[in-house]
Write a protein that binds this ligand. Structure first.
Ligand SMILES: [Zn+2]
Length: 110
């Protein structure tokens, strides 16, 4: 499952899994800056959905950083590597780890 929102530069971006994006079967993700919304095509493997989310998240990061014009090739390349680094190193920062917090609050439940 994907998170249903991520925060980028203080802005909540809603994440929606949808069957099809903009009536285009070849689209696997989209990002609408004005609506703070990221859409990910459902029905893909979990890895592909996560990788696509990192790609769209990068668009949001660049936009929030003031890069209105973005090079799709740069976003593609950095997104692929960033996803690998985040995933293979199990990176998470701060105390917002809901699964771990759940285990700590309810140690006897699964
Ligand atoms: Zn893109």
């Amino acid at each position: 499952m994907l998170p249903n929102k991520i925060k980028v530069a203080g802005i909540d971006y809603q994440i929606q899994e949808v069957k099809e994006i903009d009536d285009d079967p070849s689209m696997i993700g989209s990002y609408i800056y004005q609506k703070s919304t990221i859409k990910i095509k459902s029905g893909m493997s979990q890895d592909k959905k996560e990788q696509t989310l990192v790609h769209e998240m990068l668009h949001a990061c660049f936009n929030e950083a003031g890069f209105d014009e973005q090079d799709e090739d740069v976003i593609n390349r950095v997104g692929i590597v960033l996803y690998q680094v985040l995933k293979d190193n199990d990176l998470s920062f701060g105390d917002k780890m809901p699964r771990l917090n759940e285990l700590m609050v309810h140690p006897n439940t699964k």
